[in-house]
Every structure is written in C-alpha cells, then in structure tokens.
Design a protein around this ligand. Sequence first.
Ligand code: O2Y
Ligand code: MN
Length: 601
Amino acid sequence: MALDANSVKHDQLKKWVNEVAEMCQPDAIYWCDGSKEEYDTLMKEMIASGAATPLAKRPNSVLFRSHPSDVARVENRTYISTTKQEDAGPTNNWMAPDELKAAMKKLYKGCMKGRTMYVIPFSMGPVGSPIAKIGIELTDSAYVVCNMHIMTRVGTSVIDVLGADGEYIPCLHTVGSPLEPGQADSTWPCAASIDDKYISHFPEENLIWSYGSGYGGNALLGKKCLALRIASAMAKREGWMAEHMLILRLISPEGKKYHIAAAFPSACGKTNLAMLESTVEGWKVECIGDDIAWMKLGPNGELRAINPEAGFFGVAPGTSYKSNPMAMDSIRENAIFTNCALTDDGNIWWEDGDTKAPAHLVDWKGNDWSPETKEAPAAHPNARFTAPASQCPVICPDWEDPNGVEIDILLFGGRRTTTIPLVTQAVSWEHGVFMGASAGSETTAAAIGLKAGVRRDPFAMIPFCGYNMGDYIQHWFDMGDKLGSKAPKMFYVNWFRKDANGKFIWPGFGDNSRVLKWMCERIEGKVDAVETAIGFLPKVEDLDLSGLKVTDEQMKELLTVDAEAWKAELPEINEFFNKFGDRYPAKLKKEIERLTANLSK
Ligand code: O2Y
Ligand code: MN
C-alpha cells in the first residue's frame, strides 16, 4: 500500500509537495496509490476513530456526520482570483491574487500539524485520454481521499501518465484544524469560523487553494473547483467547453442513439433526468454523467462530450424508487453517506424517500429523533451519497469512451411555476444561447438564504464559471460559429409549471421521456412545430401522451405562450444582462431585442 515517493519522476511535483509540507507542517506525507486496500484501510481507521459508522444493511458502506457549520458549498467564500477584477466579472467574488494568497498563507502555516498530508494523483476523464486532465490534491482529510477514490480516477497510473514533466493542476486542501500534541481529534474537523473558509481559484495559473471546509464541493477539488471553475477558464482559452451538464443517451425503438447534454441549476433534478426510466414504450435512457460535461470539437467538426467524473455525489433527500430508481440501485453497496439519518437496524434514512420515518432514528447531528418529537428534518436537506458511476444499472456501455459521444441536443431549464412552457425549441444557435443565458430558477428565501423569486443562472454556471460571465456567454456564441452546420439543436424545458391550485401540471419523472422523444423527432424532421414569439412549440398531437392522465386544458396551459408574463419579465432580464457592461455580447443584446419585438407584434 502507498505509492513509493521515490518512484515519482516528476521533480517539480515533488518540489511542490515538499514546499506545501514545509508550510503546513503535517506529521507525515502519504502518496495515494488508489488501491482498494488503501480505501479499506483508511475507512477502517475512520470507523475505529468514530468518524464513520458502518451500515449493517449496506455492504461496504458508511455514514459520516459533518460539523453542523460545514454542510454545503460556501458561495460567499468562493473566489475567482484574477489579476484584473473585470476578468472575474460581476457574478464572482474577487480578490487580487497577492492579497488572497497572503491571507491564506497565514492560515496554511502549520495547519496540518498532528495530521497526515495525503497526496492524491487523480485524473478527470479516463486515465490517458486526450481529453482528460490530471490533478494532484494535497489534503489532510482521509474522508476526502475516500470520496476522491469514488468520484475520480486515483492512483499510480496517473503518476505514470504524468511522467517526468507532465502537466497537472495543483489543488491544495486542508480542513484547517491542526492538532496540538495529545489533542483528541473531532469526528469532523473544520475551521471554527466561516470567515476562515476560503475556496480559491487562480485561473491564470490553473491553481486551487481550499481552506477550512471538509464538505463536498469545497473539499473534493476535482469536481466543481477543477472540472468547472478552472476547466471553464482553460476551455475558453483552448476553444472547448466545460459545462454544468448531465449527459444521457436516448435509444429509440429502432435502436437509433441520441445524445443529450442538459444544464439545470442545482435542485432541478439533474441526477433524476440523467438516469430516467422512460415511460414511452421502446425508448430507453442510458446514463453517461449526472453533473459535468466536457465538450470538444471532434475530427469531423462535431461536438463530442465526456463525463470527467467517475462517481455520483447526489442529494439524498427526495431520492426514492419513485423519483430515481436507478440512483437507489446505485447506492446499495460501496457507498459513502454524509449527513443522512441512521436507523436502529443500521440503514440510512432521509425525508421524501420510500419509507415513512420509523419510530426512532439518529439524526444527522447524532441526536435521537422521532416523528412525534421532531423539530427539524432527520437528514440534512443537503445530505449526500457518494457512489461509483459503474454501479448505476443504466450506465452507458460507452460512458468511459475517451473520445466521448456526439451531442445531438443541448438542453436548458429551470424550476418555474409560471410563464415558461413545457418545451421550446430555439430557432437558431444564437437564440439557444439566449435561452441558456437567460435561464433562471425560482428559489424560496428560506431554502438557501436568497431573495425569493427568479434567480438568473446562465447555463446553470453562476456558481461555477471561472471567469467573466459576459465573456463566457460570448464563448458560447464563438463555439456556435466553429460548429456551423454541425451544431446540436437547442431546447428549453420546464417540468415545474403549477396550476391555480398550486399543483404541478406535468407529471415529471419518467414521463419527461415523452418530451425528449419529441425533441428527437424534431431533429429528425419527423414532426412540425408552431412558430411563436419565443421559439418553436410542439403541436399537442405530436407529443406522445399515450396512457397519460393529462387533460386537453392542462396541455394547453403547458404549451401556451403568455406574452404578457414574458413582457413583464424582460426588464429584469435586461437588468441582469446590463451587469456585464462592456463584456455584454452584442449577439446577446440582439437576441433580447428580437424577443422584445416579437412579443410586441
Ligand atoms: O454542497 C455541496 O458541496 C455539493 S454541491 C453539488 C454536488 C454534486 C452535484 N452538484 C452540486 C451542485 O451544487 O451543483
Ligand atoms: Mn451540480
């Protein structure tokens, strides 16, 4: 076990590891080899220390409980640090690199005392693939090492690919909780104050520094930090795309394969759509990825996508055999659960799952909980499961193809109870970019501490774009120019329309396959559409509604353009785009002017 540091030929990497060790002063340095033995040993240690609880009902699976202050990504402590503030843009937190590094270096000094520093060599994308990128994460968290084993490809083979001078993205992480000699560790160490947490990105030098949190996107640095924020900036420079998108393959009864990449903001059911069980006879979905797509031009000018991840880090509450049977089957074994509730017989439980709460649970904070006396949910609303993608029963046989799959359809959406129809097709690439750029989702003030209303979230990338959002939207226009006639067709969906009684009109879940089928028939030219002020809408008779209990009235509501509601929204979209100042793409302005004129006809 452990990779022999002497076998590493990359002198610059060894120098960086030593420099970080000098600054952070860990008790030991451990080079990860990515083996099962390594995972099992670290997990055993965490079980012995009380940090992890084994689950009798799920083979090789454990439950972690985080510190109550460390439960989610911290957007207000996430920085894009560029020399010029305008290069980070109006939607990112910014600090000058010198200032940010100076503040963080003070915190990093001695921060790993009493701990082991793990060196994790990982690949985003299949090891050795021309599209993959290598990262090296230094962390003092064994929880992070085990999660990285599942979410990325970790190990000796990555060091082999790196050779003596290969390129890698340095990712430095610490929980920010050094131990004095003899001091007992807590089960979830992290920085005591939110003001001491930093998730920092230096896109000009492809560098990530994270301090103070052990949770999810703050700590598993291959995911949001590397595969989206740093990769989006690299993609802009190099002419490709790093997107917050699921990738799925839809297979028709005739065996024709369609590939869809879809961007939805967090909490809009991306994981559910990625593994959807089709209710349309003969149509089948296979999952390629549930969160991130890297897309490049292929040899024939087509757009090809890979999922750079190797696992799912899904939201547990709300996941059930009704909402996502394939996810449920993916987490039967070999899974890590974080902040779920624990049953007396050694299983996990969460709200809006398959079973009613039993009479007794231990909640995510480690306290006794019962449905009678409950004051708060038993599982944290952002409780997570980590599971290998290979365990998904509908994982696509080509999900690890280093050349990716050819994308036919790009899909955008959000959670909107009014205004936005069930599905709209863009009339052009430029119109599709406008759709993606103006995408928004309704939030409740209580849920995430934001102003209630529509939160604009271009391409679902607001929290994940590593550079100026205006430049990012321009990059979408530029990619359209490169793709020309090979460009995928673009659509916008809204599964979340509600009626006057506040009930969802569209059944959602597996029935969303009916809408995907219509999209495929559109790109095949098999069905006509109605051209409206906002794009092409389906003729109701072209949607496969067989066996579905939706009335004509309801379908009319789902497929009607409410011009007055759209007009009322335009000033707010304009105001949002105006924030881009001199980075406001001219083509985007033209699209909003075109829509404004269309709605006034
Ligand atoms: O709260 C976290 O740290 C996880 S956030 C996350 C995890 C998996 C997939 N997507 C997201 C997201 O916020 O988009
Ligand atoms: Mn996500």
